[in-house]
Each structure stands twice: as C-alpha cells, then as structure tokens.
Design a protein around this ligand. Sequence first.
Ligand code: ARG
Length: 277
Amino acid sequence: MVTVNQQRVPRKRTYLMCSPEHFAVEYAINPWMDVTMPVDPELAVKQWDRLRETLVGLGHEVHLLTPEPGLPDMVFAANGAFVVDGTVYGAQFMHEQRAAEAAAHRAFYESQGWRFIAPSETNEGEGDFAYLPEAHGGLILAGHGFRTELPAHAEAQEALARPVVSLRLVDPRFYHLDVALASLDDGNIVYYPGAFSAASQKVLAQLFPDAVVADDGDALAFGLNLVSDGRNVVLNSEASRLAGKLKAAGYTPVPVELAELKKGGGSVKCCVAELRH
Ligand code: ARG
C-alpha cells in the first residue's frame, strides 16, 4: 500500500461570486442545458449559498457581484474575467445572450481599482483560463475550440505577461477548460484527457507529469469543475470517485451539492472567480 506523507498547504484566496437569484435555463448554449427542464431557483440559491459558506468557512474571502435580471447565467461568475498578478483581462462572450455580463464584471473591477484590460478577442474569462503561479515560473493554461478563440490566448499573454499554453478542447460536453481541468495548487493540476485533442494531451503530460488524471465518470459528474486552495478541494458531491483520487494524492476533498446549477451546465468552479493580487 502506498502511503502519502505529503502535507498539502492551503493558501488564503479571494473570490468573486454572484447569487443565482435570476438563474433559469431560457436558452441552450451547451449540451447540458435543456429549456424544457424545470429549474428551482430557490433551491439553486440555497445550494449556491452553501458553496459560499463552505469557502468562507475554509477561511477565504468572498466578494459578491450584484445579479441582474435578464442575465440567467450570471451566477457563473468565472466567465466574467481572468485575473493574474493584479491585472484583469476582461471577457468578451461568445454568445449574445451572455454578452452584457462582461460590463457588470468590468464595473466591479473598476470600482475596486483593479487594472483592467478590455479584450478585443472572444474569451470567456476563467472559464477557459487557469493560472499556475509555481509551474514553470508562472504559467497560464488556456482552452479553445468552443468558446474562447485562439487569438484571445495571444491577447491574454500580452495583457498578463505570462506564457500562455493553448489547449484544444474537442468534446462539446466539455466546452470550457474549467470543466475539463483545474489547478489543485500553485504547481499541479487535475484533468480529464478525453476532453482534449491528442496533441494537447501530450502537452499536458509533458508539462504536468504529476497531475491527477480523471476518468469519464469523474468528468461527467462535473468533478473537474472544482476550486482548490492548495489543500481543500471543493467539488461536486456526485464526483465521489474523483474525491477518492484526490484524497489519495494528499488533498482534502470537500463535497458540495449543486444539482440545480448543473442544469445550466456548470458546477463549483463556474460559480467562483479568483481575484489574484
Ligand atoms: N450556461 C453557461 C454557459 O453555457 C454555463 C457556464 C459555465 N461556466 C463555466 N465556467 N464553465 O455559458
């Protein structure tokens, strides 16, 4: 039997979330969304609140964005921008139904005095970007194929002055990077290889030989859509097998139930943007 002696160290984070008060499935822009499926917005708020309390309970700071009527996907706060080293690279949504969310995020960052860089390229913020401060001196991983467009990767590199590694997503069920890959700490990731092109899988295997590798079941349970502080890994409660793998790797899984929001095609990470000073 292998024993893990590794002591994983949590780091205090600052997050941005937005209550699902106006959450609904009124249009279908990803394969998980079914407009005929009833949504219980009260239950969505309750489950989202538990997620917020869980993050606060772990010692993190959570800022709140005011939800706006007519923007039912605004709860997925990860899509509104991508923040690295105090600089905010704004989002420009692929679908018109979500376009107005970008301005709400921009107003939040500008009111807080962050350095904000407006995009000219289509990109969905942290939904398609991940940052690993200790990997190769500070590396950005970026997805393309469904939402964020390739030119945005170059634009993000210029905006944030960190190398951006482009990864091609090939399975429409995993339409954002953050449903297929997550950072577990400053230097390591967990990912589902099947969501990526064969070449991108090779790139990930080369850069992250110690990554935790997830399987189809983990990915379909939205397990990869997780938020980690370096030790505590907050993830969808349905992803119990992935929780076991993370535990074996020395992390502490913290399951949360987010079944209502899954109807919009998102889970834990989609609801949480990280503000990195
Ligand atoms: N319904 C939303 C969309 O399709 C879900 C976004 C999920 N967010 C995420 N970061 N993966 O755009």
